[in-house]
Design a protein around this ligand. Structure first.
Ligand SMILES: Cc1cc2nc3c(=O)[nH]c(=O)nc-3n(C[C@H](O)[C@H](O)[C@H](O)COP(=O)(O)OP(=O)(O)OC[C@H]3O[C@@H](n4cnc5c(N)ncnc54)[C@H](O)[C@@H]3O)c2cc1C
Length: 289
């Protein structure tokens, strides 16, 4: 555990804090990764800054063209939000796959991104939803595409002491689904997951975003597969071809949780199931524009 925990109530107070001695500060949001990592001896930082009370990081709001999701929003809040239900079907579909109800009450979506686990469910779905992420350091803001935020397993482009403040997700008319293969229903870290967001024009796919987790060092945007679907009729044959194609895009590893060959195979299976479920239900449930 750190020597000191500070708890600002606003971003202004946060940026007035002195630099942490001997290294960067660690932000404490829901603590589900940070505290368990610290207990396992994986965190040597001397100062934690508890950001759970910072009001600017809270809430989900709507602008004309997008949703703004505060980085401090809990996973359980996402599931209760009418805006998320209406506009972000892939994210909505990911939430029941995220850990357990008790963990979802603690974990934040900002912490899910900052941890940069290749298995992270929330950010995998947000990438398919075409989210940007807002970052802030000392009052200076910048916005980047979420897919460019990850630089490797557990690595991000965050600068020292930089904070994730929010995610900005466009409102676009699409169907979406998230499927995850884990060892069990609760507390299962994914062997492979897929998030699909499809903009449909009748029977045809106008545009597609496909993101996979646990099968590459960072959330993988399956661009070749998405381009294959673009302009094609969404039917079972094309879903099968897309499934074969996505297996050429992933780069899974063998670890304690699964084998590379199995993960590759299941990436195709999950994508085909996800596309088939959109064929069966998605056209009807495509969000209203
Ligand atoms: C038992 C268990 C099961 C889990 N199951 C899943 C699962 O099914 N799916 C899944 O995706 N994840 C899972 N996780 C991982 C974890 O719950 C998530 O990654 C969670 O979203 C982290 O959020 P947090 O608020 O708890 O982050 P914290 O633990 O508070 O912080 C995590 C890291 O992010 C940094 N950080 C937090 N917020 C910010 C911010 N706003 N700006 C910059 N840096 C920040 C912290 O400094 C720290 O380094 C599981 C974890 C545990 C312990």
């Amino acid at each position: 555990m750190p020597e000191l925990i500070l708890k600002p109530g606003t971003l202004k107070e946060l940026w007035l804090l002195p630099p942490a001695p001997g290294g960067s500060r660690k932000y404490l949001a829901g603590g589900t990764d940070l505290v368990s990592g610290s207990n396992a001896g994986m965190d040597a930082s001397q100062v934690w800054v508890d950001i759970s009370d910072i009001k600017e990081l809270k809430g989900i709001r709507e602008t004309k063209n997008s949703l703004i999701i505060g980085s401090g929003v809990k996973i359980s809040e996402l599931s209760g939000s009418g805006l998320i239900s209406r506009w972000l079907p892939a994210l909505r579909s990911a939430i029941p796959h995220f850990a357990s109800p008790s963990l979802r009450n603690m974990a934040t979506i900002g912490g899910n991104a900052a941890t940069a686990s290749p298995c992270a469910d929330g950010v995998c779905a947000l990438c398919a939803e075409r989210a940007d992420v807002w970052l802030e350091l000392g009052g200076k803001k910048r916005k980047i595409a979420l897919q460019n935020f990850f630089s490797g397993p557990k690595k991000t482009v965050l600068r020292r002491d930089e904070l994730i403040t929010a995610f900005e997700v466009p409102k676009w008319k699409h169907a979406g689904v998230y499927l995850k293969l884990g060892p069990r229903a609760y507390f299962g870290i994914a062997k492979a997951s897929v998030a699909v967001a499809l903009e449909l024009d009748g029977e045809k796919v106008r545009s597609a975003s496909i993101t996979l987790a646990s099968v590459s060092p960072v959330p993988l945007m399956a661009v070749k597969t998405a381009n294959y679907l673009k302009g094609r009729v969404l039917n079972y044959d094309n879903a099968r071809t897309a499934a074969a194609l996505v297996k050429t895009e992933v780069s899974p590893i063998t670890d304690a949780r699964s084998e590379a060959a199995y993960r590759r195979e299941m990436s195709g299976v999950l994508l085909e199931r996800a596309l088939n479920s959109v064929i069966l239900t998605g056209r009807m449930s495509q969000v209203a524009g």
